[in-house]
Design a protein around this ligand. Structure first.
Ligand code: SF4
Length: 76
């Protein structure tokens, strides 16, 4: 199983919603409409979480489609 980390630079999020529409198992909106990693560590600037499920392809798709390129998905 692939282990990977997702990082979102939340301060630059434009709240388009694409990430949680593409990959609702890893991304969600916070109460202000800004993206965060589900069950991750989240501050005003950054949200991050590590996963070992089989859905890295969806996370990668969200990374590729973020219009402001603030999502990073890396194998760890
Ligand atoms: S796709 Fe990017 S800009 Fe859009 S909500 Fe997700 S993190 Fe924010």
């Amino acid at each position: 199983m692939t282990k990977y980390q997702i990082v979102i630079k939340r301060a630059e999020c434009i709240q388009c919603g694409n990430c949680w529409n593409v990959d609702p198992s890893h991304f969600e909106s916070d109460n202000n409409g800004i993206s965060q990693v589900i069950n991750g560590e989240t501050t005003a600037e950054i949200s991050k979480g590590t996963f070992d499920d089989d859905k890295i392809d969806l996370a990668k798709q969200a990374e590729e489609e973020c219009p402001v390129e603030i999502i990073l998905v890396v194998e760890v």
